[in-house]
Design a protein around this ligand. Structure first.
Ligand code: ADP
Ligand code: ADP
Length: 226
């Protein structure tokens, strides 16, 4: 099965703006996929629809064969999303954020605690586990969002500009983490407007502009055309 299938996905916002004009995309299991495009291209809108935060106007979304309209619970179980905006309770502590999130997926408390510790360690955040989220730096908040998205060990992880505004050292350590979980079998899609990032990490790339996919190819083919 494919990790993600988008069929003729469209979105017209209430003000009449057509942000997506029929997106078709297939991401295979195990892929590391970049969705590259300039600001305003429709990347966040696409992710927001897949995350069930924005309603599509028409089209279909399937996650590991589960249609998001007809089988939302199964679809969401396979999906982890790292949004651009930090959206935690300010006064909630780092460890508790992860355990609470695990609870949404029915993960027993003991297992939740084991996983919280594991992902905080992997992302270099363990020393902050007992700290309120508002006290974290920007880069730490990013990593906490990745840990939260991984807590139910989704088969597909989608990240919206995960390294925007992040310094090069942290960017490299995030790349390492993503490469590791991809090697362990997690399918990954990230949006970026850095070609170097796509080139460094991803095997396939789709270029989106003005709500349309312009190109969907493997990285090597794309680079040989430039
Ligand atoms: P990207 O993530 O590629 O920068 P977005 O998906 O955020 O692009 O936005 C695509 C287009 O949709 C942009 O032109 C943006 O201004 C517009 N847009 C986003 N959200 C809304 C909204 N709520 N209402 C109207 N237009 C919107
Ligand atoms: P279901 O249809 O399975 O009942 P919900 O929409 O109730 O799913 O989501 C369960 C919980 O999972 C929510 O409280 C939310 O915090 C979390 N969640 C849902 N979608 C995502 C996502 N894409 N990324 C991270 N957390 C999510």
């Amino acid at each position: 099965t494919d990790a993600l299938v988008l069929k003729q996905l469209t979105k017209t916002y209430k003000n009449g703006f057509e942000a997506l004009k029929g997106i078709d995309l297939t991401v295979k299991e195990g892929d590391f996929y970049a969705l590259l495009g300039p600001n305003g291209a429709g990347k966040s809108t696409t992710i927001s629809i897949i995350s069930s935060l924005t309603r599509k106007s028409s089209g279909h979304v399937e996650i590991f064969g589960h249609d998001l309209d007809t089988h939302p619970s199964q679809a969401k179980q396979c999906l982890g999303v790292v949004p651009q905006e930090f959206n935690f309770g300010q006064f909630e502590k780092v460890f508790d954020i992860l355990v609470t999130q695990a609870g949404y997926y029915g993960i027993p408390k003991k297992e939740a605690q084991i996983r919280a510790e594991k992902y905080l360690n992997k992302l270099g955040l363990w020393e902050k586990h007992d700290v309120q989220s508002r006290l974290l730096s920007g880069g730490m908040k990013r990593r906490l969002m990745i840990a939260r998205a991984m807590i139910h060990e989704p088969r597909l992880l989608i990240l919206d500009e995960p390294t925007a505004g992040v310094d090069i050292e942290l960017r490299r350590s995030m790349w390492e983490f993503l490469t590791e979980i991809n090697n362990q079998g997690t399918s990954i899609i990230l949006t970026t407007h850095y070609l170097e990032e796509a080139e460094m990490l991803c095997r396939r790339i789709a270029i989106i502009d003005k709500g349309v996919i312009k190109e969907d190819t493997d990285i090597k083919t794309l680079l040989s055309q430039l």
